[in-house]
Ligand binder design. Structure first.
Ligand code: PLP
Length: 391
């Protein structure tokens, strides 16, 4: 035991000295518009509960009913005895919402991406990714053992350049997020999909983790928003953000889903999504379909807040969404601003490496449909009050 600790302790000490050690803040109760931390209430700008559904009475009731009906766990893998009617209903509802032939759900979005990428490509193939893609996509690409090629962030010309190498590979899977999780910007997805379609052995996979429920007339994401859904081969989303539940999904052709069900190790060798999560996601999906005003209001508030932050001189990068970064640079500065906000009753922790590149530390505002114009005003006032202190 002592040698184990000797291996690990020096690195922990280094992280601590560099202000990079992570210590989760404990939230005492629901994570909503407000959170309670250490007995104090703070206005919360850091949850991915984009449509406020995680505390919606209808979503909670659906989860409770599922516990009564199915118990608290799915008890086994989907392919053994873990497929419950609630999984089948959720998959049918997701496919019908997305207008794809089929859908498959997973215990997390991370596992959904892992399933798709490790099943579809392998040695002799290539995965082509945006430089800023999420860690789950990088991990999946590595685990697939396909060659990993990277193009410049949100740059279709750079993608075209990389795709010139496509004839060297059997299959090429091009993967991008549709709303980038740390910058809140959007890739030029129509241009990207055009570049992919021009290559005979290439297929497009989109990670709509942050766009699902938020963008598009029916809330299906950026591919819907831009009218390019037919060009997407593999459509990944999460049940854990706007849907307020837990889990992930892949939508696509019947053949794709049949294939994944037979091949994807992160589908097969793990216990099925908990019934309460599946039921909560299904209830949330109904609300997303019936109440478009939630996403409309969210995007309108986000637009106002971005404009106000920019007018006040904050660098919000190229955000075009409900994820709004405030670039602060070095870790000490980001921590100082986050701490000053906490003192004013605002919970907005700093994002540090390795989640983002060094010296691009930031606050990442994650706006939800529950936030009001007054909440945004309060945030702006608090930020502007600390501005001189950290200049
Ligand atoms: C959150 C996230 C995921 C993972 O989804 P989970 O359901 O939380 O596992 C995948 N991709 C991106 C871009 C994400 O932000």
């Amino acid at each position: 035991m002592s040698s184990l600790n000797e291996w690990l302790a020096p690195e922990l000490t280094d992280w601590r000295r560099a202000h990079l050690e992570r210590q989760p803040v404990v939230i005492e109760g629901p994570s909503g518009r407000f959170v309670s931390i250490g007995g104090r209430t703070a206005l919360n700008f850091s949850s991915n509960n984009y449509l406020g559904l995680t505390n919606d009475p209808r979503v909670k009731a659906a989860a409770q009913t599922a516990v009564e009906r199915f118990g608290t766990g799915a008890t086994s893998s989907r392919l053994v005895a873990g497929t419950l009617t609630i999984h089948a209903e959720l998959e049918a509802a997701l496919a019908s919402w997305k207008e794809t032939e089929a859908a498959l759900v997973f215990p997390s979005g991370y596992m959904a991406s892992l399933a798709a990428m490790t099943s579809l490509v392998g040695p002799g193939d290539a995965v082509v990714m945006d430089r800023l893609n999420h860690a789950s996509l990088i991990d999946a690409a590595r685990l697939s053992r396909a060659r990993l090629l990277v193009y410049d962030h949100a740059d279709a010309d750079s993608l075209r350049q990389v795709l010139r190498r496509a004839p060297q590979f059997r299959r090429v899977l091009v993967v991008t997020e549709t709303v980038f999780s740390m910058d809140g910007d959007l890739p030029p997805l129509a241009d990207i999909s055009e570049a992919v379609c021009a290559v005979p052995n290439a297929v497009l996979m989109v990670d709509e983790a942050h766009a699902t429920g938020v963008f598009g007339a029916r809330g299906r994401g950026i591919a819907e928003h831009l009218g390019i859904e037919a060009q997407v081969g593999v459509w990944m989303g999460t049940l854990s953000k706007a849907l307020g539940a837990q889990g992930g999904f892949i939508c696509g052709s019947r053949i794709l889903i049949d294939y994944l069900r037979n091949r994807a190790r992160s589908f097969i060798y793990t216990t099925a999504l908990a019934p309460a999560s599946a039921a909560a996601a299904l209830a949330a999906l109904r609300i997303i379909q019936a109440e478009p005003e939630r996403r409309q209001q969210l995007l309108a508030t986000a637009q106002e807040l971005r404009a106000a932050l920019r007018a006040a001189g904050w660098d919000t990068l190229r955000s075009e969404s409900h994820i709004i970064p405030i670039l602060l640079g070095e870790v000490e500065r980001a921590l100082a601003v986050a701490e000053a906000l906490r003192a004013q009753g605002i919970f907005l922790p700093a994002v540090r490496p390795p989640t983002i590149p060094p010296a691009t530390c930031r606050l990442r505002i994650s706006l939800t449909a529950e936030h009001t114009t007054e909440d945004c005003q309060r945030l702006l006032t608090a930020l502007n009050a600390v501005k001189d202190a950290v200049a």
